[in-house]
Design a protein around this ligand. Structure first.
Ligand code: NDP
Length: 256
């Protein structure tokens, strides 16, 4: 896989789960890493762990739903490392699951603001920086199998993840001619804190006997496995892939 030594990767939602594993994977590839999320202590412990292994990393407290915060995140990246090559817009919440007649405006807004508007804001400022630096780049947004599949009580989350397909393909059409590839990676069930919370809601029995058997590989994915696919979408090995969705779900979407 292509050499990422000296390149700069910015990962949102890096305080946990898929984002954390992705930051570690980029650092292992030699990239300098910027980790962003709201929880500072988690980010700082990740930076320390990357630095202990000889990597370079910096943390910036960020709320992706707030334009000023996202602008500062990108400015911090350029200030510390001087460039931006890979941007992983991974921050997301599952929000509150509720039927359409009970879902509150506030709960709807929170999910859409973080999962969908957050990706818009991140791409807006990341693209500005990448275009100014004129080094090309790769952006990977993180969708879900729920970018394709709905489920009862999931309208806010499912809408936010469906919306990322349109957002990604439109921004790819704008940026790919300028050397910046933009793709959507859609994970299936992946063993992270978010996933453990969902397991708690679904219940162990339904999870083990109803959900997992629909996965061809018969198990949840590991965050490191999603991270490897994200790295692929940023590498030169995916040089002709832009505007695409890559589903990394062990086969789940084909059976559900
Ligand atoms: P986690 O809950 O483990 O991590 C979510 C991350 O997003 C945390 O680092 C959290 O950090 C960050 N985050 C949430 N809100 C904000 C915000 N407003 N601003 C900045 N950062 C924020 O979840 P996963 O690792 O499982 O999920 C990562 C992505 O993958 C999400 O987009 C999720 O929808 C998607 N996904 C996950 C699947 C799974 O099975 N795990 C399946 C399909 C998709 P903090 O709280 O510190 O801000």
């Amino acid at each position: 896989m292509s050499n990422m030594q000296g390149k700069v990767a910015l990962i949102t939602g890096a305080s946990s789960g898929i984002g954390r594993a992705t930051a570690e994977a980029f650092a292992e590839k030699g990239a300098n890493v910027v980790v962003a999320a709201r929880r500072k202590a988690e980010l700082e412990s990740l930076v320390a762990s990357i630095q202990e292994k000889g990597g370079k990393a910096t943390a910036i407290r960020t709320d992706v739903s707030v334009a000023k915060s996202v602008e500062e995140m990108v400015a911090h990246t350029i200030k510390v490392f001087g460039r931006l090559d890979y941007a992983i817009n991974n921050a997301g919440i599952e929000g509150k699951f509720n039927g359409i007649t009970d879902l509150t405006e506030r709960d709807w807004d929170q999910v859409i603001d973080i999962n969908l508007k957050g990706a818009f804001l991140c791409m807006k400022y990341e693209a500005k920086a990448m275009l100014k630096l004129n080094n090309g780049g790769a952006i990977v947004n993180i969708g879900s199998v729920n970018s394709f599949l709905g489920f009862p009580t999931g309208s806010a989350y499912v809408t936010s993840k469906h919306g990322l397909i349109g957002l990604t393909s439109s921004v790819s059409a704008e940026l790919a001619p300028k050397g910046i590839r933009v793709n959507l990676l859609c994970p299936g069930v992946t063993d992270t804190p978010m996933h453990q919370r969902l397991r708690g809601i679904v219940g162990d029995d339904l999870y083990d006997k109803g959900l997992l058997p629909t996965v061809h590989l018969q198990r949840a994915g590991r965050p490191e496995e999603i991270a490897k696919a994200i790295i692929f979408l940023c590498s030169d090995e995916s040089s002709y892939i832009s505007g695409s969705t890559l589903t990394v779900d062990g086969g789940l979407t084909l059976t559900m």
